[in-house]
Design a protein around this ligand. Sequence first.
Ligand code: AMP
Ligand code: MG
Length: 274
Amino acid sequence: MTKTWKKLDEFILIAPGDKTILRKRDTVGDEVFPDRDEAEASLAADVKEIDKLQDQLWAERTRALLVVLQGIDTAGKDGTVRGVFGSCGPLGVAVTPFGAPNSEEAAHDYLWRVHNAAPKRGLIGVFNRSHYEDVLVAKVRELAPAAAIEQRYGQINDFEKYLTQNDVTILKFMLHISKDEQRKRLEDRLQEPKHNWKFNPGDLADRKLWDDYEKAYETMLERCSTEHAPWRVIPSDKKWRRNAIIASIVRGVLEKMDPKYPKPQWKASDFKIE
Ligand code: AMP
Ligand code: MG
């Protein structure tokens, strides 16, 4: 952890109620982690520490950490899961990708499937997309009445507050890339055989709605960055920098949670193993 996470927060944390103009925010983030070797060393140290703290969290079994990843197509959500949590013991991490709701999910209120996927005590839960799609794609593509979407910001804040009051610490990262970087990444998916599977023609339709998504993200950041669950906007054009920043924050927050191995209720000297 070369940079303390408090220092990083000066660049990336959205204060409650702050208006964010995404096109004015840097997507490269040179000042945050200027040097690639240093960022990679910091990431390597942080993922090791995250694994250690995760083991303690699992052993303690009293609290959970929820990491929410949002970002437009190609922003790097999958890469973040692999880069930051890929070294954790598989017992302790639960990753949930959220796609368009299936018929059962759509038959319930929009938070039903989300609450169901909230991490149980001892886990780090990672949401690859989340309930925020219900104020992003749902708004841009008018999947629900405008008045219903308008109510969701407050409902989401209340839901997240409820989770935090019930021992779930919430970290929210918006992976922020430039439109030009998205073009490069989509081109790579078209051209690189090993990446072809990731190409989805629907992503081009969403790219055409770039400005609408940007506006929806800005409203989300303004209305759903709260004291209990603030948003952090991560400059994500460079994958190595994105991972280094996120790992540093996750490690910092886990250290603050300070999970402890439980003390045994017995004395080792009372037992003899034959
Ligand atoms: P991917 O993350 O590439 O697998 O794509 C998942 C797709 O599901 C994206 O196009 C999302 O916009 C869409 N999606 C996720 N959540 C919702 C939701 N609540 N309502 C409608 N579409 C959604
Ligand atoms: Mg996709």
